[in-house]
Design a protein around this ligand. Structure first.
Ligand code: PNS
Length: 161
């Protein structure tokens, strides 16, 4: 089995915290697939296509970071990709319960799957996509929390209505 790690998430939008995990994941695994979840029951600010496009603008041209999307069960996608490693970031203890539940659910669906947690660097531990959406929608700056392209797309989406 390859040691490529799948980094799944909503990425609505990608934050500097996500980016931190991706870059460090590359150092550990050699290659990371950033897999955008297409969850039809979850309402997102950015469409699947927009989220994938933003990620491609940021990581396009990087051989060790592939951008992709998936629909349905994560375990099926991971198998399809020929690996068994799922990478997830852990910011604070409040992430733990949700992450534990997800890791155990995935493990019960696929015994060979391994979820590897990476503690997000402390400077990013307060950053979440939902906080960022709120800050920008209320006219604040998310400059230090997201890549420039994400800030631009957020402003277009939330302020130019
Ligand atoms: O960024 P998020 O919203 O915390 O990511 C959650 C995500 C997309 C990784 C998770 O909801 C997921 O894996 N969805 C796919 C459906 C699935 O496999 N569900 C069973 C395990 S919880």
């Amino acid at each position: 089995m390859k040691r490529v790690a799948i980094y799944p998430g909503s990425f609505d939008p990608l934050t500097n915290g996500h980016r931190n995990v991706i870059e460090r994941g590359v150092k550990v695994f050699g290659a990371v697939v950033v897999a955008v979840a297409h969850n039809t029951s979850k309402k997102t600010l950015f469409t699947l296509e927009e989220r994938v496009e933003i990620l491609n603008e940021i990581f396009g041209g990087r051989e060790e970071v592939k951008v992709d999307y998936f629909e349905g069960l994560l375990v099926d996608y991971v198998k399809k990709m020929g690996t068994n490693i799922v990478l997830r970031g852990m910011r604070t203890v409040s992430d733990f319960e949700y992450e534990l539940q997800m890791a155990l659910a995935n493990k019960s669906l696929s015994q060979e799957l391994e979820t590897v947690f990476m503690v997000t660097d402390s400077e990013f531990s307060h950053i979440s996509s939902s906080v960022i959406r709120e800050v920008v929608s209320l006219g604040g700056s998310a400059e230090k929390m997201v890549p420039d392209i994400v800030e631009k797309k957020l402003r277009e989406k939330l302020l130019k209505r």
